[in-house]
Write a new protein. Structure first.
Length: 432
């Protein structure tokens, strides 16, 4: 009995410890998505940088993310280009497929330059690149010899017309007999799984067999199968691509909440061959009332058409929805036209939303008015924008640490000196 009591207590303590550990690991299930994701696009872009294996200089605004893909921009010397291309396993191409071009058009920073690439721009791309070192499956690289600038489009998936059905490595697939039996009996999930296994092979005959199972599942309302049917109709695996049928099945998949199907439809729409086609698509999208559709149309008029009046109308409508980047762009355009009061009003609005550019602009406005206290306040806030959603910083030194010595200068009464120091620190941190 004397031995049993301590053992019982030990067991109870162990149970308590295990329960607490379990609660600790599950208590964040209601946390924001940013907290639960272990790797962001920027994290993966950093991994991609290590795959270059040549000297390079990242641009100040090097990263741009759009859902399942994004861009990274840097400079690489012409002498290192061949080695970089070899390291990334890319191939040179003369022009892009429509769906590849559509991806480029969906990233404003790339669309500006490469909607219609200059003749001297060199284009490279690669499929099925993902590995333990390379986080992306598909890469397009634009190299501008005059500036040595490399603009990379990085995607977790290949463009939808370039299905893995056409590019997967030849592999031996073992298909369970019970899965075949379930599929033949009409089980939609089994039909989809069977089609998915067969699709791992590469010949067009096998792709047709995979399609036969996907279409059976799709006709029963299987959303993922509908998506795969749409992808196959976009590819040449069934013969000539059929965009009409592809749209039909992708729309059905999208209606079931498939976000990749929506992206595929967006790519199809934006890959119109003329500016007139793209304008019509973008104008139709605006009818949905979504803020992003207004931004896309404003960017189209601004960067592709060069119609600043129309661009400013749509930037205004997007900024009225609280879209901060549109406020900044519209403020710059107003500034260029000499409408200083209107520009300042927009910068103040952007600053109130925590925009780095808005805060810096408002700080500069206060400096010109010799309102050093207000300037110091704006510049200090700009330093503090160097924060992620959950409060950490990507810089080596926390923003508070950089502010402390300047805070002492401010408390000493040298408000002008403090304002200048805050400004210099904000610029330095942002550049890094």
């Amino acid at each position: 009995m004397k031995v049993a009591i301590p053992i019982t207590l030990i067991v109870l303590l162990l149970i308590v410890v295990v329960v607490n550990l379990f609660n600790a690991t599950t208590s964040n299930t209601n946390a924001p998505l940013d907290l639960l994701e272990t790797e962001t696009f920027k994290d993966n872009a950093k991994k991609f940088e290590s795959c270059l294996k040549v000297p390079y200089q990242a641009e100040s605004d090097a990263y741009y993310e759009v859902g399942q893909f994004g861009s990274f921009v840097c400079k690489i010397a012409q002498s290192d280009l061949e080695k970089c291309v070899r390291n990334l396993k890319l191939n040179k191409v003369e022009k892009l497929e429509d769906e590849e071009r559509a991806l480029t058009l969906m990233i404003p920073s790339l669309e500006i330059k490469f909607a219609e690439p200059a003749k001297d721009v060199q284009i490279y791309h690669g499929d099925n690149l993902r590995s333990s070192q390379m986080p992306f499956d598909f890469v397009i690289m634009y190299f501008e010899p005059k500036t040595s600038q490399c603009s990379f489009l990085l995607s977790y998936n290949p463009p939808f017309a370039r299905s893995t059905l056409a590019f997967a490595d030849k592999v031996k697939i073992d298909i369970p007999n019970n899965l075949i039996d379930k599929a033949k009996a009409g089980d939609a999930n089994a039909q989809f799984e069977l089609g998915d296994l067969i699709s791992k092979k590469t010949t067009k005959g096998e792709s047709k067999e995979a399609f036969d199972w996907f279409i059976k599942a799709a006709q029963q309302g299987h959303g993922e199968a509908q998506f795969r049917v749409g992808k196959l109709y976009l590819s040449d695996c069934l013969g000539k691509p059929d965009r009409k049928e592809a749209r039909l099945w992708l729309e059905r998949s999208m209606q079931q909440g498939n976000k990749l199907a929506k992206m595929a439809l967006d790519q199809m729409d934006i890959s119109g061959s003329s500016k007139k086609d793209r304008e019509a698509v973008l104008l139709e999208r605006v009818l949905s009332g979504e803020t992003q559709s207004k931004v896309d149309l404003a960017n189209f008029y601004h960067y592709e058409v060069g119609d600043m009046d129309k661009a400013m109308i749509w930037y205004k409508r997007a900024s009225d929805d609280g879209e901060v980047d549109s406020e900044i762009t519209l403020a710059k355009l107003q500034e260029e036209r000499g409408n200083i009061a209107a520009a300042e009003k927009l910068y103040y609005a952007a600053a109130s939303s925590g925009s780095y550019i808005g805060l810096m602009k408002c700080g500069d406005i206060a400096l010109k008015k010799q309102d050093y206290k207000t300037a110091a306040n704006y510049f200090r806030k700009a330093i503090m924008t160097d924060r992620t959603y959950f409060g950490t910083t990507h810089a080596a030194v926390a923003p508070e640490a950089d502010c402390r010595p300047i805070d002492k200068i401010l408390r000493s009464g040298d408000v002008r000196g403090a304002a200048q120091k805050y400004r210099e620190t904000a610029i330095r941190r942002h550049a890094k």
